[in-house]
Design a protein around this ligand. Structure first.
Ligand code: PAF
Length: 515
């Protein structure tokens, strides 16, 4: 592993790194930092990245009464631990290397107040300005493809994600789960300040949070929950800076448990200030994927759901199932009044069979294959446009979503069915790209292929109809992430979805089943 001490060394080394992942640290490395490095060396689409670790005790992020002077500086040992975890280089600049004109002359960054007014920001004024300033300075010098940060410093992760997004920097930010000791204490460089007795008391921090987690229930009053944690921490002799419950991304305070909620605390234990958090959930996560026809939603949604251990809720199959029922009962599919009675007491079951394939049952009949027939395909749009059908199936889908733990795909999923989904994605592709895919599909299935211009016109017309129809028009939810899939392989789209999911739902709240 290369030890780089100057910007010149860094620039020289940087030239040979094709895919570079970056782990910034203040040194005093431990297993938590090593887990970031190990995550960083994992191949991306078959390419092995190099990991660069920085060690720099950044004065800008310490308050006047904080531990800058005595912060552990253990470069030799850091180099050994970084190398053992697979780092290719360690950048350990002196102060003058990083801030050559001095601190007074430095351009500083100021992340939004709303993200700094809570949690640690309120108790450490200027801390996150200092963090953002140094990290952006390092990113400018290192120009990595990916930045890996610990979820342990959740507020730091949220703030850096925002700063990087606001400045439009072309890199991915990956959060990695907290590493803990056997008794639950989160690993931290500051744990080494603790005496044996303090170390024992420190375990009360994760314990109090875990107890709150065990007591959590949907709709719970969070003021009472945080007060209970505070009392438990104080009883263990810890001096509490804060115990707060907030929405994990905006960091806005939450008074009732709904969706994913961050419960975070900071305490003083002897000479150390310790932080920790966990996530409370009123239900398991929901991902809503909408988008125009022909953007490849079903294929990627199914695979994405499997990757994350979520259930795939194929709402299209539900509309097809109702269409099948309408046809099977000989009802006119255009006649809403005749269709409505079929929806009363409708028993519609979706179940996942081996290898992620889904079985569909209507009133006890297995219609998995039947709903893919050309007859159903020809009439599903007509049936799905009836208000009574939309309402019945929306109710059905919402009931299925009560426990969460699913990825739902459909035309109005993010807007009408699950407006409070943790992640909403508008999966789309240009008309030209969808026409190209349609042509390929027709060709592969042995059908004659109309000219591309004709396919494009048909797709544009369908988009227009879908977006302008009265019932459940296709619209992009205001808080949906747009994912344009032109030129991306299916695997690459799934990767992007997983990355988006992880920006909304951390590993700690919903771990990857494969990891
Ligand atoms: O998390 C840390 O160790 C520091 O805040 C960081 C990101 C290295 C910036 O100095």
């Amino acid at each position: 592993m290369q030890l780089l001490r100057s910007r010149a060394d860094l620039q020289q080394w940087r030239r040979q790194a094709a895919l570079l992942h970056f782990v910034p640290t203040m040194g005093a490395l431990h297993r938590g930092h090593q887990s970031l490095i190990e995550r960083g060396v994992e191949p991306v689409a078959g390419t092995r990245p190099q990991v660069l670790v920085s060690v720099f005790v950044n004065p800008l992020q310490f308050g006047p009464d904080e531990d800058f002077a005595r912060y552990p500086r253990t470069l030799e040992q850091d180099a050994e631990l970084a190398a053992a975890a697979g780092a290719a280089a360690l950048f350990a600049p002196a102060l003058a290397e990083l801030y050559p004109l001095g601190e007074a002359e430095l351009t500083r960054l100021q992340p939004p107040d709303s993200l700094q007014e809570v949690l640690c920001g309120r108790h450490r004024p200027g801390h996150f300005n200092g963090v953002a300033t140094v990290v952006l300075r390092l990113l400018g010098l290192i120009r990595p493809d990916r930045l890996l940060l610990g979820e342990k410093d959740w507020q730091q992760l949220v703030i850096l994600r925002r700063v990087i997004a606001d400045l439009g920097l072309p890199l991915e930010v990956v959060g990695c789960p907290t590493c803990r000791e056997d008794d639950g204490l989160a690993l931290s460089s500051r744990n080494r300040y603790l005496s044996a007795a303090e170390r024992q008391s420190a375990a009360a921090l994760p314990r109090a949070l875990r107890n709150a987690h065990a007591r959590a229930n949907p709709g719970q009053d969070l003021a009472a929950a945080t007060a209970a944690v505070r009392a438990e921490l104080e009883a263990a002799g810890l001096v509490v800076d804060y115990v707060e419950a907030v929405e994990p991304h905006s960091l806005r305070p939450r008074s009732q448990l709904q969706g994913l909620t961050l419960l975070a605390a900071a305490v003083h234990c002897g000479p150390s200030r310790l932080i920790d958090h966990l996530f409370l959930m009123s239900r398991q996560p929901i991902v809503a994927i909408d988008g125009p026809a022909g953007a490849g939603k079903s294929t990627v949604t199914r695979a994405f759901a499997e990757r994350l251990g979520l259930i795939y809720l194929d709402t299209g199959a539900m509309y097809r199932a109702v269409t099948w029922l309408v046809q099977n009962r000989g009802v006119d599919p255009a006649d809403a009044a005749a269709v409505a009675p079929l929806l009363e007491g409708l028993d519609l079951q979706l179940s996942t069979a081996a290898a992620g394939s889904q079985r569909v049952r209507v009133n006890g009949d297995d219609v998995t294959e039947a709903i893919r027939s050309p007859e159903v395909t020809a009439q599903v749009s007509l049936v799905a446009a009836h208000g009574c059908v939309r309402e019945a199936l929306t109710r059905h889908q919402q009931a299925m979503g009560e426990r969460g733990g699913l990825v739902a795909e459909g035309r109005d999923i993010g807007t009408a069915v699950f407006p409070d989904a943790e992640l909403k994605v508008f999966l789309t592709a240009t008309v030209a790209e969808r026409a190209r895919r349609r042509a390929l599909d027709l060709q592969q299935r042995g059908f004659s292929v109309p000219p591309l211009m004709e396919l494009e016109a048909q797709i544009a017309e369908r988009d227009h109809l879908d977006s302008s129809r009265e019932v459940a028009p296709l619209t992009q939810a205001h808080d949906a992430e747009e994912l344009i899939t032109d030129g991306l392989s299916i695997e690459a789209v799934i990767e992007r979805l997983v990355t988006l999911f992880r920006t909304r739902v951390p590993q700690e709240a919903w771990p990857d089943p494969a990891r």
